[in-house]
Design a protein around this ligand. Sequence first.
Ligand code: ADP
Ligand code: ZN
Length: 219
Amino acid sequence: MYIVVLGAPGAGKGTQAVAIAREMEMAHIASGDLFRQAVERGDELGVRVKGYMASGALVPDEITIKMIMQRVAAADCDNGVILDGFPRNLQQAEALDADLKKKNKKIDRVLYIDVPEEELVRRLIGRRVCRDCQKPHCNSNSQKKPEGKCRYCGGELYQRPDDNAETVAKRLKVYFAETMPLIEYYRRQGKLAEVDGQGSVEDITEKMLDAIGSGIIKK
Ligand code: ADP
Ligand code: ZN
């Protein structure tokens, strides 16, 4: 089963994708995490993508599509995949559809997490992320410095360099221009399920699992 999680930066894609992947015993593939790991390693991919990420722009499709297709071909994806952060524009969506078709596979469901724009900005500027497990932590007081340890693994919390006001504005602009059209793309294919992204993390996970269950047999 292939599931795409769609939503703006700060909508909670990562948090929910992890929860659903665990629940359904599927692989979780987050394009942003893969890029950040490459930057951290300082390898060739990392060097190529660093500048785009820092400015809030999309990494060029050629690089992104290649990286994801390689990752999706790995053995741990046989049980199904939750895609988080990819596809992010029409070209990527079409490339993914074409690649899956060649393997006689397809996207089964697209879960769109809907959150109002003001809320997105508040969450992104206030959040801290674990360096080890990547899990986001909300900080309602955005003035506060990053501090404390990850509540899941004890790792160090830090503020992502792209979670500053200027880059957040750019990322949201890119999202509205490039990624929003995918909602219509998948709605036309009859695959879209919309979920309200405000409420408790657990309630939203539950709603998303329901949306996967409807019309599809849960693994
Ligand atoms: P967010 O959804 O919070 O913006 P991500 O971790 O998904 O964060 O992505 C961080 C950055 O990584 C993006 O701003 C972009 O530069 C790059 N990136 C991630 N996924 C893609 C993608 N599918 N296509 C192009 N660039 C991407
Ligand atoms: Zn952690």
